[in-house]
Structures are given as structure tokens and as C-alpha cells.
Write a protein that binds this ligand. Structure first.
Ligand code: HEM
Length: 137
């Protein structure tokens, strides 16, 4: 029988990743252009409401990905130096995504759209590195 905890943790990692990277990708590429068509006051109000509603999801996704990521590291010991170098690069990018995701959820952030562009790029790089990690030891 497959290890139930490992499946749950993999689900948690993928769901957290989808919430964080997918949520910000949608906000940057779909919501931001749509909000830009509104009047400045309405756009600002909608942006702030959306940011406040997204904040608890960001925090949950951060906790979920850290827990499930650490679990994955602990259950698969004995990797090569190349694996650890790539994992290190991934974790630096993860720190960037976490930090910026918290900042963009603050109200009245005039740099929100530009910051989201950076998170989308880092997030897609993280997913690419993770796909690579799953193919090497
Ligand atoms: C923005 C946050 C993160 C994203 C987008 C992300 C994305 C991913 C993806 C897509 C996978 C492949 C999932 C699978 O095939 O099961 C993965 C695997 C993994 N992640 Fe993450 N992750 C994030 C955070 C973290 C954190 C915080 C850690 C460590 C504390 C971590 C450690 C790992 C490990 C060890 C693997 C397994 C790699 C392997 O197959 O050997 N991840 N991650």
C-alpha cells in the first residue's frame, strides 16, 4: 500500500504551490489589466480588498509548502552535491516569493503590479527547478 502520509504531503506541496504561484500569476496577468480599466479610486479599492482576502491564503500556502518541503527532504536522504546546489537555488527563490507575496498583500502598495511580475518569474523558475530535482539524485 502506498505511504498515505507521503501522498498527503505531496498533495499539500502541490496545492500550496498552486495557491501561491497560480494565485499571483492570475492576479498579475488577469486581474491587474482588468483593474487598470477601472477608475483610479475603484481600482485601488478593489486591489486592496483582493490583497486583504488573499493574505490568509498566502500564509497557509507558506506554512503548507515549508512543512511538506521539509518532510520531503527528510524522507529522501543521500542526494548528490548537484541536487543540493539546485535545492539551495530553489530555496533562495522560494524566500523571494514568500517575502514579496507578503508585501503585495499590504494595503496601498503602488509597486504591487511590478512586484507580482518578479514573483511570477521566480515562481515559474522554482517549478522548473523542482521538475529537474525530481529527475536527479
Ligand atoms: C513557492 C514555494 C514552492 C514551490 C512553488 C514549490 C514547487 C515544487 C514542485 C512543483 C515540486 C514537484 C512536486 C512533485 O513532483 O511532487 C516540488 C518538490 C519539492 N520541493 Fe518544493 N516548492 C516550494 C517550496 C518548497 C520549500 C519551502 C521546500 C523545502 C523546505 C521545498 C522542497 C521540495 C523538495 C525537497 C521537493 C522534492 C524534489 C525531488 O523530487 O527530489 N519546496 N516543489
Amino acid at each position: 500500500m502506498p505511504d498515505v502520509l507521503t501522498i498527503i504531503m505531496r498533495w499539500l506541496h502541490i496545492s500550496s504551490m498552486a495557491t501561491l504561484v497560480g494565485g499571483i500569476l492570475y492576479a498579475r496577468l488577469v486581474m491587474a489589466p482588468a483593474i487598470a480599466a477601472l477608475s483610479p479610486e475603484s481600482g485601488k479599492a478593489l486591489n486592496n480588498r483582493a490583497a486583504a482576502a488573499y493574505r490568509p491564503l498566502v500564509i497557509a500556502a507558506m506554512i503548507g509548502s515549508i512543512m511538506s518541503g521539509i518532510y520531503r527532504i527528510l524522507i529522501t536522504p543521500g542526494h548528490t552535491v548537484r541536487y543540493h546546489v539546485l535545492l539551495g537555488i530553489k530555496l533562495l527563490l522560494v524566500l523571494h516569493v514568500f517575502a514579496v507575496a507578503l508585501v503585495i498583500c499590504k494595503p496601498d502598495n503602488p509597486r504591487r503590479t511590478r512586484m507580482m511580475t518578479g514573483v511570477v518569474i521566480s515562481g515559474l523558475c522554482i517549478i522548473a527547478i523542482s521538475a529537474w530535482l525530481s529527475r536527479i539524485f
